[in-house]
Design a protein around this ligand. Structure first.
Ligand SMILES: NC(=O)c1ccc[n+]([C@@H]2O[C@H](COP(=O)([O-])OP(=O)(O)OC[C@H]3O[C@@H](n4cnc5c(N)ncnc54)[C@H](O)[C@@H]3O)[C@@H](O)[C@H]2O)c1
Length: 390
């Protein structure tokens, strides 16, 4: 059970780019990062509007001079301070991720970036090389990956409880954009604009999450895929508000991914079902403390977080924060990930390779795989749903 004993003597000095007042995801970063006292927000370039950034930042308790008009000023002015920032999270619209991440790494900062991490795989590879060369941690915010029951699922697959994996069904299909809400929602508007969102909408916004979970759980590598995408709200073309992907994996397994924002009536419907030779598991993000385990020929079981019959997850970081039966949720998942990011940053700073090697977290390699998914899907869909090699 996590009980706050792993605090550093002094928290890592941390900043944000984006995530300002009214943003969708800024609060999740601040709540997750600061939950365990390992990171402390000391500066920010939170907003495209400098005055709103300063007003917001000071109301978060920051000194006015550390609320910056833009990220470049923040990186240069913080570098000149003895107590300057050591890490930054980037929670801006997609088009800006590459330039801001690159500048942050070049300023010597550890980086946590939102997904999709870049527009192209070449850009993601460049960030991977830059982070490696600078010995900086690069985490990608696949925020669902911190749920303990997913780590139980990963361990069950690793131990062979399902037998060899045959089928992976992935879906992230909500209904919040079943009409043209972008006409009056700024956060929806940029997502429909290819210049800001990138080459896809729902595949990048939603599909990359579940895609990451499939790789995290099974470790399977894709061989080829084919994708069909369309916009039911026509003004969104060329971006898609609905997509179906069929996948073949190198071990012979197959899979499907449904990403949609027009699944009318659905709240989230992010589900992953993994079918093995002898049993299947299924996880649903609306009930994240449970994992269905179905052994052929036996009654289905619902495994519950925090119970003694589960496997212990990743050594060194116990992710349970309260006993079974209580509901842990989205913010706990983010805190679990930020906890790992912070431990990795500290290990990198003191050259502790053994700790780094034993510490799992979604890194820039995972970000790169998500961007590759988008590139392959767009190539396939825009060429008549042809099969594309990974
Ligand atoms: N991991 C997740 O679960 C999750 C959930 C939602 C959004 N996201 C991702 O987070 C990112 C932001 O999404 P959002 O929904 O919060 O967007 P949003 O439009 O709600 O908020 C964006 C924020 O960034 C600020 N901003 C824009 N450009 C900036 C710049 N150049 N410098 C500084 N600040 C700038 C805006 O003023 C705003 O405060 C996107 O990449 C999105 O895909 C991830």
């Amino acid at each position: 059970m996590f009980n706050e004993e792993m605090r550093f003597a002094v928290p890592i000095r941390w900043a944000m780019v984006g995530g300002g007042r009214g943003s969708e995801i800024g609060h999740a970063h601040r709540a997750g990062a600061q939950r365990d006292g390992l990171l402390q927000l000391v500066a920010g370039a939170f907003d495209i509007d400098p005055q709103r950034c300063r007003d917001f930042g000071t109301r978060l308790g920051l000194a006015g001079e550390r609320c910056y008009a833009d990220y470049a000023s923040m990186f240069s002015q913080e570098a000149a301070r003895a107590d300057g920032i050591q890490a930054v999270s980037i929670a801006t619209p997609n088009a800006t991720h590459y330039a801001i991440s690159k500048a942050a790494l070049e300023a010597g900062l550890h980086v946590i970036c939102e997904k999709p991490v870049t527009f192209t795989a070449d850009e993601a590879q460049d960030l991977q090389r830059t982070a490696r060369a600078a010995n900086r941690i690069f985490g990608v915010m696949y925020g669902y990956a911190g749920f303990p029951m997913l780590h139980q699922a990963r361990e069950m697959i690793r131990r062979g409880d399902l037998g060899a994996v045959r089928v992976i069904n992935m879906q992230f299909a909500h209904g919040f954009h079943n009409t043209g809400i972008e006409r009056h929602s700024a956060g929806a508007q940029w997502r429909m604009n290819p210049a800001v969102s990138g080459p896809s909408f729902v595949l990048g916004d939603l599909g990359t999450h579940t895609w990451f979970l499939a790789g995290m759980l099974t470790g399977l590598e894709v061989e080829r895929l084919c994708c069909m995408r369309q916009s039911f709200v026509k003004s969104r073309t060329p971006l898609e508000d609905n997509a179906h992907v069929m996948l073949q994996f190198k071990n012979g397994a197959v899979g499907t991914l449904w990403a949609s924002a027009i699944n009318a009536g659905s709240m989230h419907q992010q589900k992953i079902r993994i079918v093995g030779e002898k049993a299947s598991i299924e996880w649903w993000d609306e009930h994240p403390n449970q994992l269905r385990y179905e052994v052929q020929g036996q009654p289905a079981q619902v495994l519950e977080r925090g119970m003694g019959y589960l496997y212990n997850e990743v050594p060194g970081v116990s992710a349970n924060r309260i006993g079974g039966g209580h509901a842990e949720g989205f913010f706990e998942s983010w805190a679990n990930l930020y906890h790992r990011f912070a431990l990795a940053m500290a290990a990198a700073d003191c050259g502790d390779q053994a700790t780094l090697d034993g510490l799992w977290y979604p890194d820039i390699g995972a970000g790169l795989e998500g961007v590759r998914l988008l590139e392959c899907c767009v190539e396939s869909a825009d060429n008549g749903a042809c099969w594309v090699d990974w």
